[in-house]
Design a protein around this ligand. Sequence first.
Ligand code: AMP
Length: 395
Amino acid sequence: MKSLQSINFKNKKALIRVDFNVPLNAQFQVTDSTRIVSAKPTIMKVLEDGGSCVLMSHLGRPESKESAFSLKHIVRTLETVLGVEVLFSSSCIGEDAQKFCDNLKPGQILLLENLRYHSDETRGSENFAKELSKLGDFYINDAFGTAHRAHASTTIIAKFFPENRCFGSLLAQEIESIDKVMQTGEKPVLAILGGAKVSSKITIIDNILNKVDHLIIGGGMTFTFVKAQGGSVGDSICEDDKMELALQILERAKAKNVQVHIPVDVLAADEFSNHANTQIVDVRRIPENWQGLDCGPKSKALFHEVVQQCKTILWNGPLGVFEMEKFSTGTIALGNSIAEATKNGAFSLVGGGDSVSAVKQFGFENKVSYVSTGGGAMLESLEGKILPGIAAFSK
Ligand code: AMP
């Protein structure tokens, strides 16, 4: 398969699937341009070669052609980020779009209207994909955030460019980072799984046990494991119907020689509130009417030691209710530990939902090796699934 860098786009039109599904405020201004900034390297590579870019994306989940979901709202921000004028086509297929593309000159950028104004996009319609394919000489997929969807523009379209297709630099980086953890990472490999519930992480735990040497289980999941082993968890979040499963996970980990680390102490609260009274208690002896909402000092020290031993680190899910300041210190301490290990040469990947928000909120973004841009796509990769958008390139 060709790489982006190996292709010369001089006088060529690159049809690029980007993920510009960005948040807008009530005035339809972009409030977080991370996804636009992430797409810049691929777009600039094409322009610097002397090619032109036709950008396509979805925005939100429109049910009809609602103007609130128009990609015209992001044109200004896109121009600011790229430093290049951006043309806009109010249709993404058909005569008008085609005319726009035919007139596109090297160095120019055209943004197509929201792909999801057509239900054929999410339906994965072959006809719709074929129509889109007429708009470029090359197809580049740089939308990791939607790579787990078999939509027309993310997956089906690839077949219309059997030779002229490649991943964009963002997508390639995402794939490489996941591979570093799941396949090629230097040992010892550590996965840290936090978050609320065992039930939502079980497929990841199952898959990850085959890849890692150490597993830290934290956050709300802790208590299902502790109670299953005979501890008292008070009012802490706990899935009683998953206790058997928790014991099986521990057995499987033992059989695979994976060392599992669970908090030994917690910061317990008498209510689920930032104003709660708190005390540090042994994780196995949480008093009645109290709930563990963060890990305690001994756990922080224990996790710090494990993190420093490891050369490859994956972090998914916070270690406590980090949205409340009082219960954020476990997650912050872990962020610091990972930052230190990274500085000392470890590779660290943060991905999937709330850990990404935590990393951004507490300023660790530039202190870890890579922060994934795709929530669902990242989680499915960790579950061991081959994403349709990626699989389409090997057909
Ligand atoms: P997830 O989406 O599964 O990664 O879960 C993230 C959520 O888990 C965050 O909103 C945290 O507030 C929550 N969480 C972490 N630790 C705990 C805990 N000890 N008790 C209740 N919720 C928790």
